[in-house]
Design a protein around this ligand. Structure first.
Ligand code: C2E
Ligand code: MG
Ligand code: MG
Ligand code: MG
Length: 288
């Protein structure tokens, strides 16, 4: 019925639906203003080599400061996609991330950056070209950029996504499967896509030591990754016993609040500066 009425009218189906629609419309126009008024920020969460605690990379995570309130990305990424704002926002995040990390690398810190992309961002016209342009403009070498996608991306419209991700891979960009183990993709995609990194979903890490099945599954994913020659990153490390178990399993990389929280570029910079001064090995940043 609402469709027949058309013309921008919002038909009330049920009270909860009305609230949903209004909320989404409000969020959509707020997002537009937010982009214009530069209310977005990028934070960086360190990823470490679990054996040495050396920071090998950072993950760029978008933040929306709506007044003094930080809106979680999971709440605004969907609406941003629906209102067509995800492409300009994603472009901005990518450029910010490349720019900062290119600067750190010029200070002789060998660090990489991963940036998240949704299925729709990848499907948008000119996606491959926009990534290439961001690298070109910021001077970040393609090898220092990792594109993170969820498994679902490889299921929905797999053909085109795989083609575009392969094109990026041909440029030298690395590819990570995010939230590994939670999607509905068949493992066969690992044989069809030039994947470099798998990121173990926090739901596995959360059960380490406490849940036998989750511990066994984590161990299996670590071994699978290693057998396939992939870099495995464990996400959501919060407790010391999780870190210990992952080290014992030989998981190469880790990320989580226990290691370091996402932080503003300035805080990463002071971390690097203190570290680079204190250490004799150039380009090495180690967390406690
Ligand atoms: P993700 O890519 O899996 O990112 C990891 C999320 O886990 C981040 O949440 C991070 O802050 C959080 N995290 C890290 N360590 C821990 C921990 O030890 N415990 C817990 N509980 N959480 C931890 P965040 O920043 O809220 O982002 C949520 C999701 O939103 C991301 O999940 C990603 O899918 C998406 N996202 C964030 N930034 C962007 C972006 O710039 N573009 C796109 N397309 N998606 C983004
Ligand atoms: Mg991610
Ligand atoms: Mg993840
Ligand atoms: Mg996630």
């Amino acid at each position: 019925r609402a469709k027949e009425l058309g013309g921008g009218r919002v038909e009330v189906f049920a009270p909860h639906m009305h609230t949903d629609v209004v909320r989404r419309l409000e969020l959509g126009s707020d997002l537009q203003r937010a982009l214009a008024e530069e209310q977005f920020a990028v934070e960086f969460q360190p990823v470490v080599d679990l054996a040495t605690s050396r920071v090998t990379g950072v993950e760029a995570l978008v933040r929306w400061w709506r007044g003094s309130e930080a809106v979680p990305p999971e709440e605004f990424i969907g609406p941003a996609e629906e209102s067509g704002l995800m492409t300009p926002l994603g472009d901005w995040v990518l450029r910010e991330a490349c720019r900062e990390v290119a600067r750190w690398r010029r200070d002789s810190w060998e660090v990489g950056v991963s940036v998240n992309f949704t299925a729709r961002q990848i499907a948008a016209p000119g996606f491959v070209e926009s990534v290439a342009a961001a690298l070109e403009e910021t001077g970040l070498p393609p090898q220092a950029l990792t594109v993170e996608v969820r498994e679902e991306v490889l299921v929905e419209d797999a053909g085109q996504s795989v083609e575009r991700l392969s094109a990026l891979r041909d440029l030298g960009v690395r590819l990570a499967i995010d939230d590994f183990g939670t999607g509905y993709a068949s493992l066969a995609y690992l044989g069809q896509l030039p994947v470099d990194v798998i990121k173990i979903d926090p739901s596995f890490v959360a059960g380490l030591g406490a849940d036998e099945t989750l511990t066994l599954l984590t161990r299996t994913i670590v071994r699978l990754g290693s057998d396939l020659g992939l870099t495995v990153v464990a996400e959501g490390i919060e407790r010391p016993e999780q870190l210990e178990l992952l080290r014992e399993m030989g998981c190469p990389r880790g990320q989580g609040y226990l290691v370091a929280r996402p932080m503003a570029a300035g805080r990463v910079e002071s971390l690097v500066r203190t570290n680079l001064k204190a250490r004799s090995v150039p380009g090495e940043v180690t967390l406690p």
